[in-house]
Design a protein. Structure first.
Length: 335
């Protein structure tokens, strides 16, 4: 036990004994307890600062924490092999689905984000959503009308992401033109919210199996959007509304309305052109968007509520007609 903690415990024990024996009065108890409480709070704050100061730059996948709105919030950072912190780099923020956690987001067989990082050389951040379990599991994102405890508790997840980014900027040379957000389901919705509320930070997003369910959206600049969705998605219905096991969540915005919103935000041509067509999948893109931004929609015929090309967390696979990870990296990096 650290010396300052041991000393505080000894003083508190002695004081309680004295109080029990009547050697001090109840009136004297308040000031001492207040001082001990302030000391504990200061210790907690210094521990949080130490955690933040420990953000590593060495290759590997690191588990980290920071204090945000009085809560310990967790995140993972993947640094690819051979990475040099002084070299300008891109960063992808990847948001897990509702009811998941950061470990799910970092599971390569589900989403392939670590393999993509190792291949292309960018950083990946896996934030953990807000939940009511200390383990961090069963977490959600406050994406507007969805979802769960994060929405109900009105958690400032946009601020949490900004706090993470501020920590990265202290230790890495981040290319401001290559800050991206991507996510699955509720994580896709969180990516849309960041495009709305943090357009000064993010230049492009990829949303898979989750639509734009923000309540208000006034982006400060154009943001490129790639939306990927299965026509037979049983949870976030392609044509909008509450799907299977989602009737207590919200009536989700349709895919068409989500894309139309961003065609409007980015001032693109309303008529899209086909950029890919193959058995089971197709992609269209809207041209002439403001500020060089793009809005692209890729649709798979089957696959349900899943990440195309990846496994489902509870078994099975998404559509193999395309790889959402490959489409995402091409959209972000031109690879």
């Amino acid at each position: 036990m650290p010396h300052h903690r041991f000393s505080a415990v000894v003083r508190l024990s002695a004081f309680l004994c004295a109080l029990t024996l009547g050697l001090v009065s109840i009136a004297q108890a308040g000031p001492l307890l207040d001082r001990l409480r302030e000391r504990r709070q200061a210790t907690s704050a210094s521990q949080a600062e130490a955690e933040q100061a420990a953000v590593p730059t060495a290759p590997g996948t690191h588990r980290l924490s920071l204090r945000w709105q009085g809560e310990a919030r967790h995140w993972m950072l993947h640094v690819p092999p051979g990475f040099q912190a002084s070299r300008p780099t891109a960063v992808v923020y990847f948001f897990h689905g509702g009811g998941g956690n950061m470990a799910h987001g970092a599971d390569d067989k589900l989403y392939g984000q670590i393999s993509a990082s190792d291949r292309l050389g960018h950083l990946v951040v896996f934030p953990n959503g807000h939940g009511r379990l200390k383990s961090g599991k069963l977490a959600t994102w406050n994406a507007g009308n969805c979802c769960g405890a994060a929405r109900d508790d009105q958690v400032d997840d946009v601020g949490f992401v900004r706090a993470i980014h501020a920590e990265l900027l202290k230790r890495f040379s981040i290319d401001p033109k290559k800050v991206f957000a991507a996510g699955m389901s509720n994580g896709a919705m969180m990516s849309y919210r960041l495009a709305c509320d943090a357009a000064d930070l993010f230049t492009a997003i990829t949303a898979v199996a989750g639509t734009d369910n923000t309540r208000v959206c006034q982006p400060s600049r154009p943001v490129s959007v790639l939306h990927i969705h299965a026509r037979d998605d049983e949870r976030v219905l392609f044509n909008g509304g509450a799907g299977k096991a989602s009737d207590q969540v919200t009536d989700f915005t349709s895919v068409a309305d989500s894309v139309a919103r961003w065609v409007g935000h980015d001032a693109c041509q309303t008529q899209p052109r086909t950029v890919m067509s193959q058995p089971g999948a197709s992609c269209v893109e809207h041209d002439a968007c403001q500020g060089g931004s793009r809005v692209r929609l890729c649709v798979t015929d089957t696959g349900g509520h899943a990440w195309p090309g990846g496994q489902k967390a509870r078994g099975g696979r998404g559509s193999d007609a395309l790889s959402a990870t490959d489409e995402m990296t091409r959209f972000f990096f031109g690879q």
